[in-house]
Design a protein around this ligand. Structure first.
Ligand SMILES: Cc1cc2nc3c(=O)[nH]c(=O)nc-3n(C[C@H](O)[C@H](O)[C@H](O)COP(=O)(O)O)c2cc1C
Length: 367
């Protein structure tokens, strides 16, 4: 097993100085139109320079894909100057900057979309309170969305990022194409598992092609996915292993499994012998590197992830202590801040929206 302190080199040549990655976390700090704010730059600057790589908050590739207020935008060239500042802010002390690109699909509302109805593979509402029924995308719109991910990748290259991560997780548009709950289409984009994989297949081919044609050096493409859904019908872990197997043969640089506990075992009885991370790693058979994540609080947690993954991502711990990574790398864990109090709020540069979200997620830590 590799040490957290050891270097890691991706297929496309990008080298990380260590194996800790900051997980993508929405800041809810961008301007109403998706432009990076000064506060947001300060938030990233406070936390960067220690980890091998820093994955940004999700940035929407198309106006119809905005999921919430304060979200980063990458759907137009006018975002490039702000994104360039963001990339430069992250890239201090050799930390690599990865832009996460996404479209919310049905996981948004007309109030966020200036009155427009959300769009998705099919006109099926998500199973959550107040979910709106989206409009089914036309064939032409699907092709345009695939283009918008490619254009977002070109903008990330121009802005000086070291890579993009395709956000195929957390129930957003890419996952909605793969899920039999949100995708009820009867054309070539839906129905069988192979058809539900088609959007992802074309997306990955398109984006990696843009990178390889651009001639830019050391720019990587990663893919994030969630392992299972609870809806009926929904993505089961077996479907995910199919997805992983397909993606493993693509010119990607890594896969990243989004999960809230790295030890989590599948809900499917057929895969109950080990963690989902272990099954995914086994399926990959070293074809692609894997990033693990989920409730890492200590260096030992991160090191445990490396039993079944190549890199360990950490999210909330870095919100609470911006210097968590360096303290872990330096074996100074006794100095890590583990509790959050309202007195720390200004120092930590956490927006109201995220603070409220954290309160809901871990009230016991917010005294
Ligand atoms: C405030 C917050 C915002 C998040 N935003 C994103 C996001 O934009 N994209 C994404 O893929 N995951 C997002 N996540 C999920 C994290 O990347 C991560 O998978 C999750 O927090 C589990 O890791 P942790 O236990 O280390 O926090 C977010 C999590 C938090 C707490």
């Amino acid at each position: 097993m590799q040490e957290l302190q050891s270097e890691f080199t991706f297929k496309r040549g990008l080298r990380l100085k260590n194996r800790l990655v900051i997980a993508p976390m929405t800041t809810k700090m961008s301007y109403f139109d998706g432009v990076v704010t000064g506060d947001e730059l300060a938030y990233y600057g406070l936390r960067s320079g220690e980890a091998g790589a820093f994955i940004t908050a999700a940035a929407n590739v198309h106006e119809s894909g905005k999921g919430w207020e304060g979200e980063l935008g990458v759907y137009d060239d006018r975002f490039i100057p702000g994104l360039a500042k963001l990339a430069a802010t992250i890239k201090q002390n050799h930390t690599k900057a990865i832009l996460q690109i996404f479209h919310a699909g049905r996981m948004t509302s007309s109030s966020v979309l200036n009155g427009q109805q959300p769009v998705a593979p099919s006109a099926v509402a998500a199973e959550r309170e107040d979910a709106q029924t989206p409009r089914e995308l036309t064939e032409e719109e699907i092709l345009a969305l695939l283009e918008s991910y490619k254009q977002a990748t070109e903008r990330a290259i121009k802005a000086g990022f070291d890579g993009v991560e395709l956000h195929g997780a957390n129930t957003y548009l890419i996952q909605q194409f793969f899920s039999p709950h949100s995708n009820r289409r009867t054309d070539r984009w839906g129905g069988s598992l192979e058809n539900r994989f088609r959007f992802i297949n074309e997306l990955v081919d398109g984006v990696t092609d843009v990178v390889d044609r651009s001639g830019v050096k050391d720019f990587i493409v990663g893919y994030r996915f969630s392992p299972e859904e609870y809806e009926k019908p929904g993505i089961r872990f077996e479907d995910t292993l199919y997805l992983v197997d397909q993606l493993a043969n693509k010119p990607l640089d890594y896969l990243h499994m989004s999960i809230n506990d790295y030890n989590k075992v599948s809900a499917s009885a057929d895969y109950s012998e080990k963690s989902m991370l272990a099954y995914v790693k086994e399926t990959l058979q070293e074809r692609l590197p894997l990033i693990g994540v989920g409730d890492v609080r200590t260096g030992a947690d991160a090191q445990n992830i490396l039993e079944h993954a190549d890199l360990a991502a950490v999210g909330r711990a870095v919100l609470i202590d911006p210097h968590w990574v360096q303290k872990v790398l330096d074996h100074k864990e006794q100095l890590i801040r583990t509790e959050l109090s309202h007195y720390d709020r200004e120092e930590l540069l956490i927006s109201n929206g995220v603070w409220g979200f954290l309160e809901g997620m871990m009230p016991e830590r917010l005294k």
